[in-house]
Design a protein around this ligand. Structure first.
Ligand code: PTJ
Length: 249
């Protein structure tokens, strides 16, 4: 990895890039993952590289939804594994939700490496190496799912998702939470809850919230979920981006 000085004004962003490049070298992240990160970075720049008010609210709703779920599952791809493997394990514990590796550019070797990485960071249950079901309506490898994992889940957290699978999971009757910096993406628009934030900020935020909210009553958690509308939240995210751009003039 290139040694990035901590006083560099773009330290965090450059470090994120380094993690992804390392992910590619280690066989965790796909080459396409670098391009996806570039698109994410552009939106993050517009957002001011911060967790906005609407993102924090979406994170709270997502945590409440996961805590209320009977079978919550967290999906992990090559970008998520490179950027936040340890943080995802902590979130998995805080929410009592297993992890499942699900890849768009699937190779069994990469699935195995990501599972090993997650286990080395403390994950207990990780599905993905033995998918025995197919998500209906998807023709690519992303359809592969574990019968005890995503296939049976009632709520699925899918960071950096492609729109197709998000739509297919919603069609199966699941509540789908995406983390996607692009509020215009099909996944963000199809999701039950879209969190417009960088995964490196969103996942630790959600873990802290889960620890705080864990003892709230189901009625109190329902109240948090009830008031949420994804369309309105996405409109707010766009407003926050535009305000940030206007303030830069
Ligand atoms: O590891 P694989 O094979 O499953 O592949 C993973 C990628 C991400 C390559 C694959 O799912 C893909 O091509 O995704 P897309 O369709 O490019 O969508 C990724 C979305 O995530 C885009 O809308 C980006 O803006 C957004 N994004 C990228 N980096 C981040 C992000 N959102 C949050 N945090 C990020 N760091």
């Amino acid at each position: 990895m290139t040694d990035i000085p901590e006083d560099h004004p773009r330290y965090k962003s450059l470090l994120t890039r380094e993690l992804l490049v390392k992910g590619v070298k280690d066989g965790i992240t796909s080459m396409q993952g670098l391009i996806a990160q570039g698109r994410g970075e552009a939106f993050d720049y517009l957002l001011g590289e911060r967790t906005t008010g609407s993102a924090a609210e979406a994170e709270r709703v997502a945590v409440a939804m996961m805590l209320l779920a009977n079978r919550p599952v967290i999906s992990v791809n090559g970008n998520a594994a490179a950027l936040v493997s340890e943080e995802l394990c902590e979130l998995s514990k805080a929410l009592d939700a297993p992890l499942e590796v699900n890849l768009f550019h699937r190779t069994e070797e990469r699935v195995g490496k990501i599972i090993n990485l997650l286990r080395s960071k403390g994950a207990s249950t990780v599905y993905g190496d033995n998918p025995d079901k197919l998500i209906p309506g998807l023709s690519h490898d992303r359809a592969k799912a574990a019968s005890k994992g995503i296939y049976a889940a009632d709520v699925v957290l899918v960071p950096l998702e492609d729109g197709d699978r998000c739509e297919a999971l919603v069609k199966m009757g699941k509540r789908v939470i995406v983390i996607d910096l692009n509020p215009l993406s099909r996944s963000a628009r199809t999701a039950t809850v879209a969190i417009v934030d960088n995964i490196v900020r969103a996942v630790p935020n959600m873990t802290a919230m889960a620890r705080e909210m864990k003892n709230q009553s189901p009625a109190a958690l329902e109240d948090i979920v009830k008031g949420f509308g994804n369309e309105k939240a996405l409109a707010q995210a766009l407003d926050e981006m535009m305000d940030n751009v206007k303030n830069a003039k």
